[in-house]
Design a protein around this ligand. Sequence first.
Ligand code: FAD
Ligand code: NAD
Length: 157
Amino acid sequence: MDDRQFRTAMGKFATGVTVIATDVDGDVHGMTANAFMSVSLDPKLVVISIGEKARILEKIKQSQTFSVNILAADQQELSMIFAGQLKEHREVEFDRLDGKPVLNGAVAQIACEVSAEHVEGDHTLFIGRVTDIHLEDAEPLVFYSGKYRALAEAVTV
Ligand code: FAD
Ligand code: NAD
């Protein structure tokens, strides 16, 4: 099995899109990620998966905190900014939730403290203990087969 076949198969799992953000000494860093999952209700835990080459990896290890910002349908440009897909640098303003940097307009802002980290292959899984949540009433951005999409209502039968 080659890498392309693996990525094509994984891309068949439609996901939302998040920006993970963290803050080291007031310097905020963000990264686009779709490897995000709810883990536990009691206690409230989530997991993210960060590639070994991503600059944010060392920053989360240092800060031991991060936020998960589930992007809204009109935030595709933010996804591209934080995936390094735009050539020019754009200034992005962050709000704060429980002291963690968060993106205004995200469908959900989830503030976390790292409760465990596990190196698996070429990624590190961070388990985050959720310390606060802020929700907005908006439609989410969707990622499927390497392309951004929007939600459509299912046809009822
Ligand atoms: P950098 O290359 O350092 O930063 C990414 C970009 O964000 C740069 O252009 C930088 O200028 C900008 N940026 C960072 N902070 C700020 C700031 N404060 N203000 C303005 N701009 C800023 N990778 C994973 O490891 N796990 C995943 O789950 C994952 N999912 C992805 C899902 C999608 C839909 C996409 C498109 C990519 C995904 N990636 C994922 C890949 C990842 O987003 C990129 O490889 C990313 O560029 C690597 O992050 P980095 O920390 O090295 O970021
Ligand atoms: P793609 O075809 O590369 O990705 C499709 C799916 O494959 C992703 O949704 C993810 O589930 C999986 N995948 C891709 N790269 C991976 C990696 N390095 N490790 C583990 N799983 C991975 O889609 P694309 O639009 O070409 O992606 C844009 C860029 O973002 C690519 O460079 C891709 O590698 C990266 N990306 C990385 C991850 C990740 O590290 N978990 C997830 C998504 C995208």
